[in-house]
Design a protein around this ligand. Structure first.
Ligand code: ATP
Ligand code: MG
Length: 422
């Protein structure tokens, strides 16, 4: 295949057996979200570029350099969804969901960011996330965090830490911004180019810097905690109390500020030490001003996004993903007459839906077909050769215990196979 036809850089093809792991994870996510009372929302894969510029913020990495933006044939600027929160809030606002009261929504699907591809960082990746909109109370923050925590617990991935912080609100953050500017300004020249630029527009983002030359100054920067206003402080204490009530352990870390502009008060990240440099599994926070900035009413909200690629990677490195179980039946016919006779049974088994039913249509010997059964990871083989056909019987072979059981072959065979499991 010419290499220019290969999948674009930073994207992945996902196929069996890996798709099975995705489906399993997606099913667990749906079940967990349901238990917490969250319903699924699906939004378009592209939106008006303005939505992200306004919603995510002009000084965010996403808007500054990561968006897949194109002009459609009608001359409108469109962008492939780089994150879900702004589209979810846009949809809820557009359809009047907020007028019905608080909303608990979850999403699962692809995002697109023009990033430098590397392990754990793709140009098309997938996120699961939730948004809890309509509650300003700290218990909502803890609920959201607790749901993420439960998902991570289900897989027993070791070495996961929840880092928690408060970045204040419009009352206290401006003062903190000034203090940060005052701290960094005298050392401007020694900061990375990115940080120098951010220092003007959004000095909090300097704290988020991964550049080595910034680390010493970041470490000595003033802490937001001492700047928090009374309300933000009370909120932060409320979140901690509610997390304790939910039995979720956390570590307060002043360096967690998050890269998206819309966060207020609570921000958090779940970091795994099983991953390399891209070690944030899940990140989120409270964003009380987002809906307002989209032209809606003030709707306090909190949510998180979890990267499915990184999560599956962590599950695999923890070795908690099970070996694929043998499952289903390989129907094996020797000769064209036997094949014709076996087809109704194959159809019958498939319609009963007890498990996968495999069949090979090539004219192959028994041994070759048993190899195919192994490749399919089938639990049983149903073997119909010329001798069996003549004798009116069929052989059921258990491929795990390697035992054969002859069964009468006829219209009752399907019935007799009724108890076949797995
Ligand atoms: P980072 O600092 O790693 O760039 P971010 O702040 O851009 O992360 P968010 O936008 O909060 O990340 O996304 C939440 C989660 O989505 C991340 O913690 C990560 O698991 C996942 N994620 C984000 N971008 C990518 C990507 N390009 N490839 C794979 N997963 C990603
Ligand atoms: Mg990023």
């Amino acid at each position: 295949m010419p290499s220019k036809l290969a999948a674009p850089r930073g994207t992945q093809d996902i196929f069996p057996p890996q798709t099975g792991r995705w489906q399993e994870l997606e099913a667990r996510i749906a079940a967990l979200a349901r238990r917490y009372g969250y319903g699924e929302i699906r939004t378009p894969i592209f939106e008006s570029t303005d939505l992200f510029v306004r919603g995510v913020g002009e000084t965010s990495d996403i808007v500054e350099k990561e968006m897949y933006t194109f002009t459609d044939k009608g001359g409108r600027s469109m962008t492939l969804r780089p994150e879900w929160t702004a589209p979810v809030m846009r949809a809820a606002l557009q359809h009047g969901l907020f007028t019905q009261g608080p909303q608990r929504l979850y999403y699962l699907g692809p995002i697109f960011r023009y990033e430098r591809p590397q392990a754990g960082r793709y140009r098309q990746s997938h996120q699961f996330g939730i948004e809890c909109a309509g509650y300003a109370e700290p218990q909502a923050d803890a609920e959201v965090i607790s749901l993420a925590w439960d998902l991570l617990q289900e897989y027993a991935i070791g070495g996961v830490t929840l880092y928690l912080n408060s970045i204040g609100d419009k009352t206290c953050r401006p003062k903190y911004r000034d203090a940060l500017r005052a701290h960094f300004a005298p050392h401007r020249e020694s900061l990375s180019a990115d940080s120098q630029r951010r220092l003007e527009r959004n000095p909090l983002r300097v704290l988020d810097s991964k550049a080595p030359e910034d680390q010493a100054l970041v470490a000595s920067a003033p802490r937001l905690e001492s700047f928090l206003c009374t309300d933000c402080r009370a909120h932060f204490e409320g979140v901690k109390l509610a997390l304790e009530a939910a039995g979720v352990p956390y570590t307060v870390d002043a360096r967690i500020v998050r890269g998206l502009d819309y966060y207020t008060r609570t921000v958090f990240e779940f970091i795994s030490d099983a991953l390399g440099a891209q070690n944030t599994l899940c990140a989120g926070g409270r964003y009380d001003q987002l809906v307002g900035s989209l032209g809606g009413p003030d709707v306090p909200a909190v949510g998180f996004a979890l990267g499915l690629e990184r999560f599956l990677w962590a599950i695999e490195s923890a070795g908690t993903s099970e070996e694929a179980r043998r499952e289903g039946v390989q129907a094996i016919a020797i000769g064209s007459q036997a094949l014709q006779a076996l087809l109704p049974l194959v159809t019958g088994l498939r319609r009963k839906g007890a498990g996968p039913v495999f069949i090979d249509y090539g004219d192959r010997k028994l041994l070759a077909q048993l190899k195919i059964a192994d490749r399919n990871n089938a639990r049983y083989a149903l073997i119909l050769g010329e001798n069996e056909l003549a004798a009116g019987s069929i052989v059921l072979r258990d491929l795990v215990t390697r035992t054969d059981r002859p069964l009468p072959f006829g219209k009752d065979t399907l019935e007799a196979l009724g108890e076949l499991k797995g």
